[in-house]
Design a protein around this ligand. Structure first.
Ligand code: SF4
Length: 288
């Protein structure tokens, strides 16, 4: 097939196992890890964990990617939609609170098919970069209960510089708008576990607090109280960022407090992390 699935619209050839587009992936999902995960927001991880399925490859190319080994090196096992559906069944049986699909955009067609083969009886979480096309959102309409997009940048030039991604800001805002339209305001069960809604994540980068403050302002002005915002401080220099003069360190307490103060001043509802989260402990071991 010729692929124009994600906002990159590569118009490139993809077969089941090979891809000539930006993501370099074939159309069959490549899965790096299937396991309960306890490092998500409390309403997602709960006490029994979130049933994560980590997909290999990515439609962005962040120089600081914490999942570099799978996003750029394409580690993992190729699965059919039916095999993927079996993974959901297995995770659900283990008692997790939800099925959490991590970075699946470039496999959206196969993922939609897998969810039509088996729709879990627990919420389906779609954990993504925010850089989604209307086509991907349409494919997944009615199959996702909780959208968990990033809003990485408030500035297209920075998105291009750090993630080789054009037109990020408007693409992500339009995508979040559609997510909200599909699932509505946050809903929780009696134990506080999320059942439906949108949580937007923003990761603070060292020496970029002004950009983070702009991102929070943009989210507030665009979505008001309809979304939850998860402010993340867990950045650790990874991949090419290790040697970057600005990105080669964790964020300081002063930087974190500065952005957090704005989150509270804007009365954005959601989550913050403890600064101790800025360690490599949050990065899964892909060889597990
Ligand atoms: S999914 Fe991959 S090949 Fe298709 S448009 Fe996006 S980056 Fe290009």
């Amino acid at each position: 097939m010729i692929c124009n699935l994600c906002p990159r619209k590569c118009n490139a050839l993809r077969t089941a196992h090979t891809g000539q587009g930006f993501c370099q992936m074939g159309t069959l999902p490549v899965v790096a890890r299937v396991a309960p995960h306890f490092g998500e927001e409390p309403c997602i991880s709960g006490t029994r964990g979130s049933g994560t399925v980590f997909f290999s490859g990515c439609t962005m190319r962040c120089m600081f990617c914490q999942n570099y080994e799978i996003s750029a090196q394409q580690k993992g096992e190729t699965l059919t939609p039916a095999e993927l559906a079996e993974c959901y069944r297995m995770l659900e049986k283990s008692g997790v609170h939800n099925i959490n699909l991590v970075t699946a955009d470039h496999f959206a067609e196969a993922v939609a098919e897998s969810l039509r083969i088996y729709r879990p009886n627990i919420p389906v979480v779609y954990n993504c970069s925010g850089y989604l096309s209307p086509k991907i959102l349409t494919l997944l309409d009615g199959l996702v209960d909780i959208w968990l997009p990033d809003f990485k940048y408030s500035d297209d030039r920075l998105a291009m510089k750090l993630s080789l991604t054009p037109d990020y800001v408007n693409t992500a805002l339009a995508a979040i708008k559609e997510m909200l339209f599909q699932v509505g305001k946050p809903q929780f069960d009696k134990d506080g576990i999320m059942q439906k809604g949108v949580i937007v994540r923003h990761l603070i980068l060292p020496a970029h607090t002004r950009k983070s403050i702009d991102a929070l302002g943009l989210l507030k002005r665009t979505f008001g109280d309809e979304i939850l915002v998860s402010l993340m401080c867990q950045y650790v220099p990874w991949g090419k960022a290790k040697n970057d003069p600005k990105l080669g360190r964790v964020i300081t307490r002063r930087e974190y407090d500065k952005v957090k103060d704005v989150l509270f001043a804007l009365e954005l509802d959601g989550f913050t992390q403890d600064l101790s989260a800025a360690t490599a402990d949050y990065i899964p071991d892909w060889d597990d």
